[in-house]
Design a protein around this ligand. Structure first.
Ligand code: DC
Length: 242
């Protein structure tokens, strides 16, 4: 069966994960974080000691990877059977994922998996090329954007909430905000300028600027559009399906 597919693309830290997860919850759809797959592929390459420039080995390693994603937002990500949810979020793996995702053979292996998941169920899939390459016929395509400064602030807040940073003083916060902004900009640049499946807005995607929006407003906007395209708001029925 082919279910309804909602594609959510956008640059780093534009609010994709939070929005996609909550929209999937409201609609009782499967949530797929395609970025987690690129991160897992990067971690596998790191563990195997594969050089960044060895594209053939990177593709082979990705093809041989077993990557399992949680169906809802909060379960573990499994790589070859072991929980790598925390390890794929480290700075090292984050940077390497952006590099590894430029390799066509890596993309081919992961896109194949993404399509087979998406064709099996109603889903919300987030990434960079979901509406352009993975599912050009998606029922709804959203392209999220937000100001760079706002994205850096969100990253800082998120890392503090996850306990990855201490409660440092103002000076330290300013320094971190500058560092995050530079890092986000560098990733955007690499993700948007690579040859294979660069980050671009599909012509029929709806752009949503989340800079001044609350999470509730972002979610509501996407859910409303999904309902217009035939999805049912099952927010209150979730318990029945689980
Ligand atoms: O969304 P994220 O930050 O977890 O993604 C990690 C990296 O993976 C990002 O730098 C770009 C890449 N990526 C991609 O190329 N295509 C996707 N569909 C998703 C992520």
């Amino acid at each position: 069966m082919t279910g309804l597919i909602i594609a959510i693309d956008g640059p780093a830290a534009s609010g994709k994960s939070t929005t996609a997860k909550l929209v999937a919850d409201r609609l009782a759809y499967t949530y797929i974080d395609s970025g987690a797959m690129y991160r897992a592929a990067a971690l596998r390459a790191l563990r195997l000691g594969i050089a960044e420039g060895d594209h053939e080995a990177l593709a082979r390693s990705t093809e041989g990877a077993s990557i399992e994603l949680p169906k809802r937002g909060d379960g573990p990500v499994l790589l070859d059977g072991s929980d790598v949810s925390a390890e794929i979020r480290t700075e090292l793996v984050t940077a390497l994922a952006s590099v590894v995702s430029t390799v066509p053979g890596v993309r081919r292996a992961l896109v194949r998996q993404q399509r087979s998941i998406g064709h099996a169920t109603d889903c919300v899939m987030e990434g960079r090329d979901i509406g352009t390459v993975v599912f050009p016929d998606a029922d709804l395509k959203i392209f999220l954007v937000a100001d760079l400064a706002e994205r850096a602030r969100r990253r800082l807040r998120q890392m503090k909430e996850q306990g990855l940073l201490g409660e440092d003083g103002e000076d330290e916060n300013e320094r971190l905000l500058r560092e995050f902004a530079e890092d986000i900009q560098a990733r955007d640049e690499r993700d948007s300028t690579r040859e294979d499946s660069p980050l671009t807005k599909a012509p029929d995607a709806i752009e949503l600027d989340t800079t001044g929006l609350s999470i509730e407003q972002q979610v509501e906007a996407v859910v409303r559009l999904a309902i217009e395209r035939g999805a049912a708001d099952r927010g209150n029925e979730k318990a029945v399906r689980e």
